[in-house]
Ligand binder design. Structure first.
Ligand SMILES: C[S@@+](CC[C@H](N)C(=O)[O-])C[C@H]1O[C@@H](n2cnc3c(N)ncnc32)[C@H](O)[C@@H]1O
Length: 357
């Protein structure tokens, strides 16, 4: 008789570099059955978890991406590194009629390096994986798509050093709040274009949130931006064609104040309520973390927004009781929820929700 403890497997998680230990601490808090853990590189954490552990349970806020049930390959050549990945992918796709994608990752990209070392070698390995599939599973190649919610199977590999890769192949889970897990963005990182006109770099966080959700305001949607000054988030909402009620004690940048689609209210953001339910509530208010739960209580039980993107900011360690209080307001009000620490987030988390039926 074998025991009932399932065998463990290596799982890799990516995160914003410098938050590796925060991610591991969160896994302990979530009581994930981690048997071994180490930080492989900045922004790359390895833990042993039970093989085939439920993906949706292994979804900590501080993780940007997950590579479940990873396999390590050591080989001297590009071709020899590619073969086991291609063969495992072919076996996984055999009999599967859905779409799939493959991401070639290198550690430098977890630090946001646009030209990371080994990028070219990783791309050559990817080419070799696709070449091998051309001969062993040509039927599968037509079903490869890049990004979006429709990717059903995701292969990922990290070229850890010249002759060493980790790879993972997993079914992609749809999240009820939006987006998927694993993320279908490589390493969970959204491409955020530079915007010289944006009045603050904080616009990057909202761009990441919309990319993670695979959703954004539609043309003409009414959005409320709390703590909106100087207007980085308002500008992103406008770029999606939204009409924005921006609430802050201080005014926005002049070009946003002059935009006819912006209604600026110079008042306390915690006291504002819309007359009619709105499509999106976004909030980047700097306030004590427990105030986020208080804010959501004013909005969610009465379903004043269809979706929300709300930041919770910390001084020092994450304030988990405040996070859990805010999360439970959302779930009790019937919202589906994801919490993430984005690459552009500082000492804060982004709570994102969507009304359930
Ligand atoms: C981090 S900034 C927001 C940046 C903004 N999201 C952007 O992209 O430009 C935080 C804002 O919250 C505002 N704030 C803090 N407490 C507030 C309150 N009670 N009512 C209104 N605004 C508040 C501050 O005035 C500040 O402009």
């Amino acid at each position: 008789m074998t025991g009932s403890i399932p065998p463990s497997a290596p799982w890799l998680f990516t995160c914003r570099h410098t938050y590796e230990l925060t991610l591991l601490a969160e896994m302990r808090l979530l009581q994930l059955p981690v048997q071994r853990s180490d930080v492989l590189a900045p922004g790359l954490v390895h833990v042993d978890l039970p093989r085939d552990f439920p993906l949706l349970t292994a979804n900590p806020a501080y993780a940007l991406q997950v590579l479940p049930n990873a396999v390590e390959v050591f080989a001297p050549s590009i071709r020899a590194l590619a073969e086991p990945i291609a063969d495992a992918l072919r076996a996984q796709l055999d009999g599967h009629t859905g779409t799939w994608d493959v991401h070639a990752l290198v550690p430098g990209q977890f630090k946001g390096n646009p030209k990371p070392p080994m990028r070219r070698r990783a791309d050559l390995i990817l080419d070799a994986v696709l070449d091998r599939l051309k001969t062993t599973a040509r039927w599968a190649l037509k079903r490869r798509i890049t990004g979006g919610r429709d990717v059903a199977v995701l292969a990922q590999f990290v070229l850890f050093d010249e002759g060493h890769v980790w790879f993972s192949i997993a079914p992609v889970q749809q999240l009820a709040a939006g987006g998927t897990w694993p993320a279908t963005l490589p390493a969970g990182l959204a491409e955020v274009a530079d915007d010289d006109v944006a009045p603050a770099s904080s616009y990057r966080k909202l761009v990441e949130a919309f990319a993670c959700l695979n959703a954004a305001p539609a043309e003409g949607d009414v959005c409320v931006d709390l703590g909106a000054c100087p207007g980085g988030w308002t500008r992103v909402l406008l770029q999606h064609g939204a009409h924005v009620t921006a609430v802050d004690r201080a005014p926005l940048a002049p070009h946003l104040m002059a935009d006819p689609r912006v209604t600026f209210l110079p008042s306390d953001a915690f006291a504002y309520r819309p007359e009619q339910p709105v499509a999106w509530l976004v909030s980047d208010i700097i306030a004590f973390p427990e105030r986020v739960g208080e804010l959501l209580v004013q909005w969610l039980p009465d379903r004043r927004c269809e979706r929300f993107v709300v930041q919770i900011k910390f001084k020092g360690e994450p304030d988990w009781p405040a996070v859990q209080a805010a999360q439970s307001v959302a779930t009790r009000a019937g919202y589906h929820l994801i919490t993430r620490h984005f690459f552009n987030d500082k000492n804060e988390l982004t709570l994102m929700g969507r009304q359930g039926d």
